[in-house]
Design a protein around this ligand. Sequence first.
Ligand code: ATP
Ligand code: MG
Ligand code: FE
Length: 333
Amino acid sequence: ATILAIESSCDEMSVAILRDQKELLANVVASQIDIHKQYGGVVPEIASRKHVECVSAVLREALQTAGIAVDEIDAIAATKGPGLVGSLHVGMQEAKTLAIALHKPLIGVHHIAGHIYANAIENTIHYPCLALVVSGGHTELVYMASEFQFEVIGQTFDDAIGEAYDKVGRVLHLPYPGGPVIDKMAHAGKHSYKLPVPLDDGSYNFSFSGLKSAVINLNHKYEQRGETINMDDLACSFQDVAVEALSSKALKAAHDLKVKEIIVAGGVSANKGLREKMANSDIPVIFPPMKYCTDNAAMIASAASVMYKYKKFSPLDISVKPDYDLEKESVGV
Ligand code: ATP
Ligand code: MG
Ligand code: FE
């Protein structure tokens, strides 16, 4: 099936056209990072207004790039949540209009199911598997017994990992978003500062606020003493401790549950430290191609391809859901 998908949950407006889950015909992403940079984070009101301005141009560019006639499209998909409510509305409304105009089914997709199925475009997922979800708003371990079955077995008690990166970045006066900048700095530094190991308790849960505060406090202590901290070393120390927590918990769960592989999902799956740490694990670890790590519509189209197969369609009066349960999106639920 050929799916046209729209992703607009945060500060990216993206439209993708994907054929039979593997053949990507277009994936246009209009990012607003340069606008939100000056505020040090995403301003929801600005994000939704910019989405309204650019959605038609992004849609047109995707259709032109794909070079297909609209009647070749079998279904229209859009992210229904979680995300910023005003941002979600723009993509969903566009999708509903297209679905009506083209007489095609509508598929409302969970954003995290999208991040997970970013791994199914250039790879084949082998079940049972464990998804390590590491993004700006989520850090969780999701057990998948079979295709599109989600069981959240652990999650963060406080900050998501991407959020911790971005908050540390802000305090260190790094450009937004802090994640990729800290990742780069970490590779120029060494692990020389002692930081607390987060939630080393044998559970599948995470906690990153303590680690984040420790980094911020250490930097503050140096500032007060009038000394300069080595920023690259601080970034390296933070990243080392963070990715060790992610990788050790994911591997423990993967062994306990006897999965065939671990699939990593979400913006922080772009992290080089995490990729290196998990590269030689005793269970296969799959990362999405770099271009599908942060928000994009190709991943939404990939999840929608699976939903299409199971005829998991949405009514045209579907509402967006700023936060909602991944488990309830499982096929058959
Ligand atoms: P969610 O998917 O939970 O709704 P989101 O969509 O805002 O949140 P993503 O787009 O999945 O988040 O990912 C963005 C996050 O990924 C940001 O926090 C960003 O700092 C982080 N990130 C991107 N690249 C890297 C990297 N190389 N290292 C660490 N973090 C990174
Ligand atoms: Mg984003
Ligand atoms: Fe995301």
